[in-house]
Design a protein around this ligand. Structure first.
Ligand code: FAD
Length: 436
């Protein structure tokens, strides 16, 4: 088997394939493995400059770690508070919210963000019949019906865009697990939020690994090394129309490695074309001296509106959510994400605008800036969906963020599910062969 791409999906897939008894090799176009997971030292602090956290709630990363020898342990995020972009500054996110839906629209913290008129409209929810709005297809639709547009636009948009990458009007209602059920039980959305939020730990959707996310890549690479799986770096796989070489039909596309056609048994764990890209965001990991970011502005970070090119999606204070060790003493480490392709100056300008602080590039001690594709132009596959081999000849499965959606937990769940399906398909094929 050939696995294309040595990112998280490719490394997990290669390991699973070896355990299923295949002989495996990995080909990777870059000069390092890990893809969107990368560690660098900034201002003397070892930091994840690619993925730096994951959502642990579905337990998939934990179940992967349990299978990998010398796997790192999961570290939960501290329960520090988020801020939210409101007008030209940031305000604390109301205490009890789910996906930005407030438990108490008339609380002072909520009124400050949405305004008094929108807050009173939000209170209408308390007197509407329980099922009112419950059949809306999206969470935005439900909240518009019960609490009004102001709550959706000023509170939900920053939260949902920053954490889910979509507008609330595009978020299926089922994504807010248990909310519709709680609404029908409590006969009020606000009470449903209270009921659910009190049971949930703050920041339970965020976790990292002891030693950083790249320790998972290191552990997988160590296992593949033990299994004797070669990882060929600096070796790109090209999709080529086969008719160009006089092979296949005009519509066939094959894969070539170093000019040689690959005829079968390929798992593609890399985006070989950009057809599913729906934009880009710039992600910066920025180290400041703590004296330029006063304590009263600190917390988990700021959720921005992310509604135009160059605008803040989210600034996450990594140094508040997790201990980054002694080298980070006296430092504030921010992960800043803005819409589109930009430079460090724009990332810092957005932090300065939302925090109302006089920051510019000269305030930065060290930084790394990267670009991440938004894979949102095609419907994502979820674990259990039939394996999709995609358009290339000889491919037995396609995996990775471009199929599952961006996010470590999505990639892990989709890859493990796809590999399980391949394994049962192979077993069935062998059984049928024995019977024949
Ligand atoms: C800067 C940044 C920050 C992020 N932050 C977070 C975060 O905090 N939390 C989170 O959950 N997710 C985050 N992500 C997303 C997360 O990293 C990805 O969803 C995940 O790592 C994707 O893994 P993958 O294996 O699908 O793809 P990738 O990691 O992209 O791996 C694909 C690999 O294939 C290789 N490749 C591409 N084309 C070819 C070719 N033609 N031939 C051979 N090899 C090829 C690439 O070089 C790459 O190594 C972030 C991503 C980036 C870039």
């Amino acid at each position: 088997m050939i696995v294309v791409g040595a990112g998280l999906a490719g490394l997990i897939a290669a390991r699973e394939l070896v355990l299923q008894g295949h002989e495996v090799q990995i080909v990777e176009s870059a000069d390092r493995a890990g893809g969107g997971i990368e560690r660098r030292e900034l201002a003397g602090i070892p930091l994840d400059v690619g993925a730096s956290w994951f959502d642990p709630r579905d337990g998939e990363v934990a179940s992967l770690l349990a299978r990998v020898t010398d796997a790192p342990t999961i570290v939960a995020a501290s329960p520090v508070r988020w801020w939210i972009e409101a007008g030209s500054s940031a305000l604390p996110l109301p205490h009890l919210t789910i996906e930005g839906v407030p438990a108490a629209p008339l609380s002072q913290e909520c009124v400050e963000i949405v305004g008094r008129g929108a807050a009173w409209r939000g209170m209408l929810d308390a007197v509407l019949p329980g099922p009112y709005g419950a059949n809306a297809a999206t969470l935005g639709g439900l909240v518009r019906a019960r609490m009004g547009d102001g709550i959706v636009e000023r509170l939900m948009v920053p939260v949902v865009r920053a954490t889910r990458g979509v507008h609330p009007d595009a978020l299926p209602i089922a994504a807010a697990t248990g909310l519709r059920h709680a609404l029908l039980q409590q006969n009020s959305l606000g009470r449903a939020v209270t009921h659910l939020a009190l049971d949930r730990a703050p920041n339970e959707h965020l976790a990292t690994l002891d030693g950083g996310m790249s320790t998972l890549v290191d552990a997988l690479l160590a296992e593949l090394d033990r299994f004797g799986v070669p990882v060929r770096l600096g070796c790109a796989v090209d999709p080529v129309a086969e008719a160009e070489d006089g092979r296949g039909h005009a519509s066939d596309t094959g894969l070539r490695i170093d000019g040689t056609w690959v005829d079968g048994n390929v798992v593609v764990a890399a985006p070989l074309d950009s057809s599913g890209i729906d934009g880009e965001s710039t992600v910066g990991t920025i180290v400041f001296d703590e004296r330029v970011v006063p304590a009263e502005h600190r917390g988990a970070g700021v959720l921005g509106r992310g509604d135009a090119d160059g605008r803040l999606r989210r600034a996450t204070e990594l140094s508040a959510l997790w201990s980054l060790g002694p080298p980070a003493a006296g430092r504030v480490v921010l992960r800043v994400e803005v819409v589109g392709r930009h430079d460090l100056a724009q990332l810092v300008a957005e932090v300065a605008r939302c925090w109302g602080l006089p920051l510019d590039e000269s305030s930065v001690l060290d930084a790394h800036v990267g670009v991440r594709p938004d894979w949102s132009a095609r419907p994502f596959e979820t674990p259990g969906d039939a394996v999709d081999v995609g358009p290339y000849r000889g491919v037995v499965a396609q995996i990775g963020a471009h199929r599952s959606g961006t996010g470590v937990h999505l990639v892990v769940a989709h890859t493990l599910s796809t590999m399980r399906q391949l394994s049962s398909a192979t077993a069935e094929g062998e059984r049928a062969g024995e019977q024949a």
